[in-house]
Design a protein around this ligand. Sequence first.
Ligand code: ADP
Length: 401
Amino acid sequence: MSEILLIITAVSLLCSLLLWRLLTAQNNKAQFAYAKHRKEHNDILERTKAERRELRLLLNAFDDAMVITNNDGVIQIENQATKALCKGRSVRGKTVKEAFLNEEICQHIETATSSQEPTKKKLILTSSTFGNHTESNTSAWIIDVAPIPSNEEDPLHRIILKDITAEHRTDQVKREFVANASHELRTPLAIISGYLENLIDDDVVDSPATARRFLTTIRKHSDRLSKLIDEMLTISKLESGEAAQLNKEPFSLNRVLSDITDRLAPMLSTQDSSIQLNFIPENITITGDQFYWEQALFNLIENALKQNHDNPITVSVDMKQDADNLTIDISDNGKGIPSAHLPYIFNRFYRVQKHHSQNEVKGTGLGLSIVKHAIEAHGGTITATSQAGIKTTFSIICPQT
Ligand code: ADP
């Protein structure tokens, strides 16, 4: 009997052992499968995260605002430039209208998305400020809308808002320049041709005095024409990037000023005016393009004299050089520049008084524009202040490299 009991106990022990082994194996298998599944899941998560990061990097690499909208015009994806355009707000989940708050832009986007065709349109916004254009009401944009090919039922659209305000302004300046230049060139040409006609048609040739007077006027205006063309070429060179190839060499500013004073000597004596030079240190040598510096300083001093030709004036030239900067103040005690005109005097062809009379040929309105370009080409700045009859000063600050 005890033997039977022993056998039963042994068999049940064996069964338990087998069952335990079986269960452990099952458990290990399940654990293994779970670990494998977890690893796969983590891998997918990591891959998705990496893809998202790449997508974000790619979108943020664009300078232009870019969003992706769903069929209801709700923004699904935005880039960093969009946030910047929307004053730092995130516009994800908002409609295009809520995001961009500009009727013209939204209307175009709406028409473009409903057409389901890729469309690009240039918009000039004049009446409202949009984006970061706070100083001027006018801004220019390219609105580029296209459907994104996808298998989803709801079509997605990508919308790019490209700010082309700077290019638009440059184009505008160029157009204005051509219009102004044509006008300025036509005026002396018309006068020359009028006088020539008189000389040919009338009997003025018989009157040498009248003929000389006509010819003097013709010469004056042809001089003006060639001055205009020279100055336009100088501006165009300075603007074309040739400034980057300035012919920089060390030269003495004392020498340049002494040459300018000599050139202006007849004008100084005619109007009984004087130039006071003040150099700290006594001798100043700078490195730059002597041709443009000479032209800039000549224009400023000549302006002071010619704008006050009726009265004797004093022009002061104060130059100071230290390790960092060269500062030049050119001042006169003449009639000054009215404050309403001050913001515009560096613009091309801008003159406070327009001299269109035949005998009063005063200038081209390009002088200060050349001065500004020349100083800026050397990394400097120029500003003007004026108190009529007391002091008009043009101040130049140029870093010494
Ligand atoms: P312009 O060839 O007519 O001299 P500029 O560009 O040199 O053209 O100067 C623009 C305008 O600025 C001048 O027409 C003049 O009205 C004004 N201006 C410049 N410098 C002076 C000055 N020192 N005093 C008074 N007006 C000045």
